[in-house]
Design a protein around this ligand. Sequence first.
Ligand code: AHR
Length: 499
Amino acid sequence: MHQASLTIDPSFRIAEVDPRVYGSFVEHMGRCVYTGIYEPGHDSADAHGFRGDVADLVRELGTPVLRYPGGNFVSGYTWEDGIGPRDRRPTRLDLAWRSLETNQVGVDEFATWSRGVGSEPIMAVNLGTRGVDAARNLVEYANHPGGTRWSDLRRSNGFADPHGIKLWCLGNEMDGPWQIGHKTALEYARLAAETAKAMRRVDPSIELVACGSSHSRMPTFGTWEETVLRETYDLVDYISLHSYYEQRGDDRGSFLASAVNLDRFIEAVIATCDHARGVGRHSKRINLSVDEWNVWYQSRFVGEDNLEWEQTPRLIEDEYSVVDAVVVGSLMISLLKHADRVKIACLAQLVNVIAPIRSEPGGPAWRQTSFHPFALTSRHGRGTVLRVEPTGPLYDTAWLGEVPVVDATAVYDEEAGGVTLFAVNRDQREPVALDVDLRSLPGLTVAEHVALFDADPEATNTAERPDRVTPTKQPDVKVADGHLTAALPPLSWNMFRIG
Ligand code: AHR
């Protein structure tokens, strides 16, 4: 058995968790919106056509923010198509996913639904085919109280109160050649700056996210951020990064270490932000929005150019295994470890499309394996993140070199006086005997240990067996003489609630 140890000390503070790191993402893509959150004929549908069973699972997942409506979709989106009487809304070709978009859900319905499931909407504007004018009109439509062209249109559409959307993304993945209206860094930076200026003049209380890199392997990574921040620094609050992970071939060891790659990506983006801060002699800091992250088996996707025109196609409905769930849990540990700079993160996506929740048209909705570490981290990872510095064995990976077997972070709830420790064991065969030094918090005397693992690491949850994989309570945990001791099962995600 491996040995690992770490220390929980309330004076080793990283930062308060911003609850928005537990966000998710709803794109008009595949079956995320249609037959995902929205299905008027479904048994559980409410008066507005939104599925009640899916809404309940979203509440349980715990997503304080939801990004909308894309994604690549937003770069060809005409938001005006999605407002007003539904029977007069046009069907359009969505060029991002070769789909027929009926516009039955738009900004009014989404903002209302999202508040109903306990989430603040984050809205992205189209900087692919559109620009300053469409974006500032959308802010006016959504946030201005009334007495103007766009705010009065919202009111006449039945939404007397402004939606009050506080957080806005200036486009999506504009560095990517696949993006409709893709731009060079300077083209995007200038457009983002002018759009930000106009949006802020309509509503000075909004916060803005500039597009960073679509992934860390982009050839423009680093220089893109440098150019964008040079042109927009005073006008934006956050820069985005997107990161998806999958197992390549049979190299599970590398895949399990994905969070090491996310750590490095986040730290590189922080460095570019602080470089821009220094060079521009700015005092404010730009923080990070990891506004798309997840496990996504991208190599199995046929590619958008090979799709047939379809309405509500089944796109990238990845079925997640135990291994995938452990990776999702470890990626959340990485986000928390960077709580001083990562203020927003969105698990992409919410329902059906690479999602923690699955649903069938006219049928059930269920939790994927990855639902569990996400929901538990969101529920219990509230408070102050503490640096815990695990020591323990390393293992070699083809992708990232030597990486630690155990990764962990702790969140201290000062008010309740409790700590939640999240830990992964990446070893596929050996358990880890974990020793946690709690002597700085003598009041902590009891603990509960919950773990997600399985004899079959490829096991998944399906419509037929929705609870095949769930976290289980572990009996072995002990707290004595200021130390917590427990065993982390091989290939596992773990949560300790210490009180
Ligand atoms: O989440 C799926 C797609 O991944 C999004 O539309 C895009 O932004 C990213 O490339």
